[in-house]
Write a protein that binds this ligand. Structure first.
Ligand SMILES: Cc1ncc(COP(=O)(O)O)c(C=O)c1O
Length: 429
């Protein structure tokens, strides 16, 4: 097939008729498919079911250091859980605090604390006229929702294949002291699956923000979520790199076991410098008497150590890999050479990002919905839900079964074709 833009009006109209018939056929199937959220499938959740058996009423719930996990105490996480999560996050155990079940919650708390109490003694953000965050786009909608909720102005920074446009990031943070943070998903990013290059990480660590309370929000949600054994992305560790660059306090690193064990019932953590951790603890000791130590112990007993976790992630990969490959294969087969869209081919994480012709994403998503396929809302990958090009669509392949996913992708590709033809025809008119 030649590129649609090279086809004549008549050729396009003829093709449009054929594709409409195929679409009607899809509508007749009464489909209920969902590729909207990056949730693990039931099959993936099943591989963690052993976690329900590692603690029973006959077990001793005492930690190595004698802490009784059934009772109050230990604010920053039990020692063995800190060791496990520290290995996962590639930092020293004394540089992390274990929280509850959700890293997003930790990020929310971090922004919230900065609003009300400032960062390591700086003016609380709520007392400033303006607070801004840099948002690499496309990005994770829930990050943007947090900053929007607190009235923080968000500035788009385009993503490149090696991470955010660092020229722009450097220039902006060096010029504007109201810029207090940047949202980053440095490995297998949401939604593009991009991992930051060494140069990008080094430049992050060497930023010269005018605001002393500027922090990099390094959400390493997909740190061990590889699809392949032999082809894995690796990042320079940001805490150590910031320290090396003379900026030890400039970063907060977040992660959780949500997509390792059970989303909503995992354990989350923050890693940061000693100064930052001291600052955070001032709030934490008021906020709670301690997080769920029984769940921390359950994770430690189930995984054993980081090797156990890595082995476990291979099982996730075995389920995820064919799904990612099915998405890419369908896109290549159906849309390859048509020049109506571009997509990423990540080696890990949870998402594939699709960019349609400008001005088509919303219509494609709506057309999918009319035939029974729910996609992430177009625009969701941008602050305020506004994609200036109306082109980015996030594909989340994890939740549907493989046969459902294949159908969903065929339908998606069909909708892309139809909407693209309409768009090209309208431009010809
Ligand atoms: C980049 C990113 N961060 C955080 C989360 C949520 O993590 P948690 O379940 O730990 O709150 C997600 C979930 O999709 C995510 O994609």
């Amino acid at each position: 097939m030649k590129p649609y833009v090279e086809m004549t009006k008549e050729e396009l109209q003829e093709l449009r008729k054929e594709l409409s018939a195929q679409y009607k056929e899809f509508q007749g199937r009464d489909l209920k498919l969902d590729m909207s959220r990056g949730k693990p499938s039931a099959e993936q959740l099943d591989i963690s079911m052993g976690m329900m058996d590692v603690l029973s009423s006959n077990d001793d719930l005492t930690c190595d250091d004698g802490t009784d996990c059934r009772n109050y105490g230990v604010l920053d996480g039990i020692k063995e859980a800190k060791e496990l999560l520290a290995d996962m996050m590639e930092v020293a155990p004394d540089h992390i605090i274990i929280y509850g079940n959700s890293s997003l919650n930790v990020m929310y708390d971090t922004v919230s604390r900065s609003m009300t109490h400032g960062v390591m003694g700086s003016t609380p953000w709520c007392k400033l006229d303006k607070v801004k965050f840099l948002c690499p786009v496309p990005g994770y909608d829930r990050h943007f929702s947090i900053t929007e909720y607190f009235g923080i102005e968000m500035i788009n920074v385009p993503m490149t294949p090696t991470g955010p446009d660092m020229d722009l990031v450097e220039q902006l943070v060096a010029a504007d002291d109201s810029i207090k943070g940047i949202w980053c998903v440095p490995k297998y990013s949401n939604p593009q699956g991009i991992s930051y290059s060494d140069e990008t990480v080094r430049r992050f660590a060497r930023l010269k923000p005018v605001a002393s309370d500027f922090r990099i929000y390094w959400d390493n949600a997909y740190t061990i979520h590889h699809l392949y054994d032999n082809e894995q992305d690796h990042l320079i560790e940001i805490l150590a790199e910031c320290k090396r660059a003379g900026n030890p306090d400039m970063v907060y690193k977040f992660a959780s076991t949500s997509k390792v064990s059970f989303p909503g019932s995992g354990i989350a953590a923050i890693a940061a410098s000693e100064n930052n951790l001291t600052d955070i603890m001032k709030q934490l000791k008021i906020q709670t008497i301690g997080h769920d130590k029984v769940n921390q112990l359950r994770h430690v007993r189930f995984f054993g150590d980081i090797h156990g976790m890595v082995e476990h992630m291979r099982k996730h990969a075995d389920i995820m890999r064919p799904k990612f490959e099915a998405v890419i294969e369908t896109l290549e087969k159906e849309l390859g050479g048509l020049e109506v869209g571009e997509w990423t081919c990540p080696k890990g994480g949870y998402f594939i990002s699709f960019d349609s012709l400008d001005g088509c994403a919303k219509t494609i998503v709506a057309k999918c919905k009319k035939a029974g396929l729910v996609m992430t809302g177009a625009g969701a990958t941008y602050p305020y839900g506004k994609d200036p090009h109306d082109s980015n669509i996030r594909i989340a392949p994890s939740y549907p079964t493989l046969p459902d996913l294949k159908q969903a992708m065929e339908l998606f590709a069909l909708c892309v074709k139809i909407v693209s033809i309409d768009h090209i025809l309208s431009e010809m008119a």
